[in-house]
Write a protein that binds this ligand. Structure first.
Ligand SMILES: *Cc1c(COP(=O)(O)O)cnc(C)c1O
Length: 808
């Protein structure tokens, strides 16, 4: 891409404030934190619920960015860069992408539907890449922002585009159509995803079909209900019932396809309904593009499961591994490098990278760009695997070339990796999963998978309920409610939360050691930890006169000035904090004290989740207002005030003061059923089947023979027990796990490290994955059944259970 000022103006119809008339741009960014922003960047200052790109403009100018699309020019930035002023920066981004798209004239495929969009897109890319230079949406970039960014990735060398579009409410598709301008449409299916954003199914269908207003052909499964909306659109349909353009007869994974006068068969590498339907969508595109039946059969037989997630894993020698061992194209490399920067836990950043494919560029040009990216991202060590990358990056500093993955594995020495964050990124054919296995810390098969997208979704849900000026503190105490501390903290600081809250000083120190710079408050500071807290710039909660005196003494001894502290008031919880009679003495100690400074005053609600205690809660809030007001007035200070926890945010929005403290809700657990519906599940505890046995009627299972088989029964043993944090009371037929999507009741008592489940009539085998909790059973369901609260179940999962973090 190389676009001049004139063209940008034409694309945006903006008013301008220009300082450099002959500037050109070669990339577009919306993320102020990306290390990829540079002099060639056109930065769109998007305005979200919680973030405003305008805030970062002066910072970006200092970093060399010189062209901005804004709704207003920030005062301090005026005259220092080119500004394009528009009414709405998101609309402008879409408009710019649409303009840019219009510069190219090759065929473009657009995929939408409730499920399977990303898989169909990825498979089509695999199936068609031998014959085309393809630009496709990276990962699942299918939103109002993701689609324009994907389209802006097009370059002169591409000759086919495949983009996916996803929508969650009405009016969205109309905006994406002119950005993609598809020639060929694919509708995968219409399921129930995002139903809540529409009045009814009809409305959702009509909205989705807007993507196809101008296509030359729309590919879909024969469906009268949908086709009646398709007035002038030419269709190319398939069906299992013999009434479509292409008719398919399916026996498990074997398809017999009848098209025109030809009948041919395809042997698919999987048999589940969804994968088969997605393969058929791909086959339809190949038929439409004129491929012959033999090529279609051969290529479809080579399809593979798609892994789109970037996973963060603990590695050997205190390394952190980011596993993206599935694709290596230029667009997704950019995304992975941004994620690496966001997650890096260690000073050193290493990348293991295979040959890079499908950029459309010639190798010299491509690897020049790759080298530029690696340099811009301050990568300390590059291990290149593949003939081309070995040759092309030979002169790159700290570059270690290997011609094949086998060659790397043969020379692998674990001691060459220590204290670094390693991005493992390779095209599928390089089988980098074998490298990940070596680099990963070895633990048993039970893992708690943490979905970082869900964490951010939940964060944004609560943020959407706050006034724009209310600050947000997130509690990551108790190892992030059992979900992992620094990984979550990193994602949170990336999303600019104002404070992190922990229980003990060492939790805060662990965050600092992992490179988290967001302010941290310790809720139960012990005097013995004050020194360390000061050394790591961590702020104490002050809850008693005794503690305050001790901290002031230390602050004085160290000659600190205005060290931030947080005053806790006890308005009724009766746990920690100053009560009314102590306020006078507190004020006396704080008055004219310059060693410390009251950063915030807060209190904690004891029953914000219980409607029956509403009066009590309102009384707590009133006391807080009054007592904190007295401190502020007598001390002449204006600190942050906060009292709401998760349920408080939900039930008492009027008591936000200047900050709230989000806890359990972030982890996908709400106390109110309506609230819960809006949250996404964060943690999924998975294990595997170690052994399967068949027992006869009358035989028993486990300690004390507490399960008795009444008939022939199949039993599976799982390597997880109460020492991993599964409450023993969940056994004996009370609880269940999910095996192959079905409920398998727990048989007999849960043992220390194992448990047995009844899998009679469930289709499964040894080594299969088992879900202990997640979407179903949910932690809330387990807690309710056992008469406890989700907090206890979550935080009880033992540290020996490995946490794996992923981002979609
Ligand atoms: C744990 C905690 C919170 C968060 O509570 P949730 O119910 O998980 O939202 C807030 N404030 C304080 C002082 C806490 O200890």
């Amino acid at each position: 891409m190389s676009i001049g000022i004139q063209q940008i103006q034409e694309a945006l119809s903006a008013t301008t404030q220009l300082t450099a008339l002959n500037a050109t741009i070669d990339n577009v960014s919306i993320d102020s934190r990306s290390l990829q922003n540079n002099a060639g960047t056109l930065f769109f200052a998007l305005q979200g619920q919680n973030r405003d790109g305008h805030t970062y403009i002066t910072e970006l100018i200092d970093k060399g960015v010189a062209n901005f699309v804004v709704t207003h020019v920030p005062e301090k930035a005026s005259g220092r860069a080119n500004f394009f002023v528009v009414d709405n920066t998101l609309k402008a981004l879409q408009g710019f992408a649409g303009y840019y798209r219009g510069l190219f004239h090759f065929p473009v495929i657009a995929v939408t539907g409730s499920n399977g969009k990303t898989i169909v897109k990825e498979w089509l890319n695999y199936l068609l890449s031998p014959d085309y230079n393809i630009i496709r949406s990276p990962k699942s970039y299918n939103s109002q922002v993701g689609v324009p960014l994907s389209v802006i990735g097009i370059n002169e060398k591409h000759n086919l585009g495949i983009f996916e579009a996803g929508i969650s409410t009405t009016g969205e598709m109309k905006k994406l159509e002119p950005v993609i301008k598809p020639d060929i449409g694919i509708l995968t299916n219409i399921g129930s995803a995002h139903d809540e954003g529409f009045n009814n199914r009809e409305e959702k269908i009509t909205e989705k079909l807007k993507l196809f207003t101008n296509v030359k052909v729309l590919i879909l499964q024969k469906n009268e209900a949908i086709e009646k909306h398709l007035h002038h659109i030419k269709t190319f349909t398939w069906s299992y019932n013999g009434n479509a353009d292409v008719n398919v007869n399916r026996r498990s994974n074997i398809l017999t396809v009848v098209y025109k006068d030809e009948t041919f068969s395809i042997n698919l590498p999987f048999a589940d309904d969804a994968s088969v339907e997605n393969s058929i969508s791909c086959m339809m595109v190949m038929l439409h593009l004129g491929y012959n039946s033999q090529t279609i059969s051969e290529r479809l037989a080579g399809l593979y499961p798609v892994e789109l997630r970037l996973q963060v894993k603990n590695g050997i020698n205190n390394c952190t591994i980011i596993d993206d061992s599935y694709s290596a194209d230029y667009q997704s490399l950019k995304i992975a490098l941004d994620f690496l920067e966001q997650q890096k836990t260690h000073k050193k950043k290493t990348i293991i990278l295979s040959d890079v494919f499908q950029s459309g560029f010639v190798p010299d040009e491509l690897y020049n760009k790759v080298a530029g990216l690696l340099q811009g991202n301050n990568i300390s060590k590059v291990i290149g695997i593949g003939e081309t990358i070995s040759r092309q990056l030979a002169d790159f500093p700290n570059f270690y070339p290997f011609r094949t993955t086998q060659e790397f594995l043969a020379q692998y020495n674990p001691n060459t990796f220590e204290d670094e964050t390693i991005l493992v990124k390779g095209a599928r054919s390089f089988r980098f999963e074998e490298i990940v296995v070596l680099l990963e810390e070895k633990t048993h098969e039970t893992v708690l998978e943490i979905n970082l997208n869900a964490v951010i979704h939940n964060l944004n849900f609560y943020r959407s309920r706050l006034k724009p000026e209310t600050r947000l503190m997130v509690m990551v105490k108790a190892f992030g409610y059992g979900s992992g501390s620094y990984e979550i903290a990193k994602a949170l600081s990336h999303h600019k939360v104002d404070y992190l809250g922990v229980a003990f000083a060492d939790e805060g120190i662990a965050l600092r050691n992992a490179g988290v710079t967001t302010p941290v408050i310790v809720m139960n500071p012990e005097n013995s930890a004050f020194n360390a807290m000061i050394a790591y710039n961590i702020e104490p909660e002050i809850y008693s006169v005794k503690e305050l005196k001790a901290f002031i003494a230390l602050a004085q001894q160290k000659n600190l000035s205005n060290y931030p502290v947080h005053i806790k008031l006890d308005t009724g919880m009766h746990r920690l904090g100053f009560e009314e009679p102590q306020l006078e003495e507190l004020i006396g100690l704080l008055h004219n004290n310059n060693f410390i400074s009251v950063q915030s005053i807060f209190s904690h609600l004891s029953a914000s989740d219980s409607p029956q205690f509403r009066d009590f809660t309102l009384q707590q809030i009133a006391r807080f207002e009054q007592w904190s007001g007295r401190l502020m007035q007598q001390l002449q200070i204006n600190p942050i005030r906060h009292i709401l926890n998760t349920s408080g945010i939900y039930n008492y929005p009027e008591a936000q003061f200047n900050m709230v403290r989000l806890g359990i809700g972030l982890y996908g657990v709400g106390n109110d059923p309506e609230e819960l519906k809006q949250l996404e599940n964060v943690g999924t505890l998975k294990t595997v089947i170690l052994q399967i046995k068949e027992i006869e009627a009358g035989e028993s299972v486990g300690y004390s023979r507490r399960f008795m088989a009444e008939q022939k029964t199949c039993i599976a043993t799982l390597p997880i027990g109460y020492a991993d944090g599964i409450p023993r009371a969940w056994g004996n037929g009370q609880g269940y796990v999910m095996v192959s999507g079905k409920k398998a009741p727990i048989a007999g008592s849960i043992c220390m490290d194992m448990m047995m489940v009844n899998i009679t009539n469930i289709d499964c085998k040894e080594g299969d994955r088992v879900i202990v909790f997640g979407k179903q059973p949910s932690v809330t369901e387990i807690a309710e059944a056992l008469g406890t609260i989700p907090y206890e179940i979550l935080t009880g999962i033992s540290q020996r259970v490995k946490r794996v973090f992923y981002k979609e």
